[in-house]
Ligand binder design. Structure first.
Ligand SMILES: Nc1ncnc2c1ncn2[C@@H]1O[C@H](COP(=O)(O)OP(=O)(O)O)[C@@H](O)[C@H]1O
Ligand SMILES: [Mg+2]
Length: 322
């Protein structure tokens, strides 16, 4: 690729701001090494003015969570005509809303844990409390209660009994107006990153699934925000030690989900492998996967023989293949 002027969008006001700053810093360093001109932007009220002023050839979106991952920034970049890395606004919205993504996966026959989902208005105005018994009957305990649109396990809680359920719902609703309540899948925590191939022209570059990563928590009872980013609290194994057919199935599912949700450039699909039945279930898709030293996408790329700089170059290329 010829040298480009690239604005790296990082930080912003989301709860994952610190992680995003780290992802952005690493992307910047790689873009420098690759010979591109880098304009670092810690996203704030000046974002649009800065983009107008600097007129970059592309924006490299390294923002996780709100705004950078939910389609807001992507929509604005479309409006001002700046090409950008990764998925477009609609795919971002489909992925960020875990409830929407799960309903779409159900319609498409892609396995995802049984669930229900509602907005806080159901609690405040529709008397959803009267349906908690039905939810228990449908999903059983423990249940996983999560805000529909956070990342990094923020606000994810296990409810082990009827007593714990209302509190977990209220807790999730403090992060987002919508909650997802899911059947608990006992088993292994897997992630499959998908990357578009670099050398194909628009409109449809083909996507490849990278080797499967397994996240093995060391102390916490599940893979949470702390353990994900504090080096040493989670062990990552890549390629995950799995039977060949399980690996192939996980990669196949990730590619199906990537296409179903309309992702572009790169994404990471999180799955659970049920230890009792060996079935795979898709939990969610991240459209701006982390790029930190401990993140899963760089690890998976490395296992596929794609070093960090090449990974960044391929993500950058996605800005020009839409
Ligand atoms: N249904 C579930 N069964 C078992 N563990 C789950 C389930 N849902 C989430 N988890 C655990 O919580 C983690 C975070 O959940 P996830 O849906 O990927 O949300 P996010 O990563 O956006 O916070 C998962 O990686 C997994 O360890
Ligand atoms: Mg996840």
């Amino acid at each position: 690729m010829t040298a480009k002027k690239v604005a790296v969008l990082k930080g912003g006001g989301s709860l994952e701001r610190t992680v995003s700053l780290r992802s952005g810093a690493r992307a910047q360093a790689a873009l420098h090494r690759l010979g591109h001109e880098v304009i670092p932007i810690d996203v704030g009220p000046e974002l649009l003015a800065q983009l107008h002023e600097t007129r970059p050839d592309a924006a490299f979106v390294a923002m996780h969570g709100r705004d950078g991952e939910d389609g807001t920034v992507q929509g604005l970049l479309e409006t001002i005509g700046v090409p950008y890395t990764g998925s477009g606004p609609a795919a971002c919205m489909r992925c960020t809303d875990k409830a929407l993504a799960k309903y779409l996966m159900c319609e498409a026959g892609i396995p995802t844990p049984d669930f229900t989902s509602f907005k806080e208005t159901a609690v405040k105005e529709l008397g959803v409390a009267a349906a908690l018994g039905d939810i228990e009957h449908l999903l059983g305990f423990p249940m996983v209660v999560k805000p529909a649109s956070q990342g990094s396990a923020l606000g994810v809680k296990f409810a082990r009994s009827s007593e714990e359920l209302p509190g977990a719902i209220v807790g999730a609703l403090s992060y987002d107006r919508k909650v997802v309540i899911e059947r608990y899948v006992p088993g292994r925590d897997l992630a499959v990153s998908v990357l578009d191939s670099i050398d194909e022209s628009p409109p449809a570059p083909s996507a490849v699934a990278l080797p499967v990563v397994e996240a093995i928590p060391r102390e916490e009872d599940f893979y949470n925000y702390e353990s994900r980013y504090e080096i040493g609290m989670t062990t990552f194994v890549c390629p995950a030690e799995l039977p060949e057919e399980t690996t192939a199935r996980a990669q196949q599912l990730a590619l199906e989900v990537y296409r179903l949700l309309g992702c572009h450039g790169v994404a990471r699909v999180d799955l659970m492998l049920d230890e009792r039945s060996d079935e795979l279930f898709v939990l969610e898709t991240n459209v701006v996967p982390g790029l930190t030293e401990t993140s899963l996408l760089p690890l998976a790329a490395d296992a596929a023989g794609i070093d960090f700089d090449e990974l960044i170059e391929r993500i950058l290329a996605s800005a020009f293949t839409r």
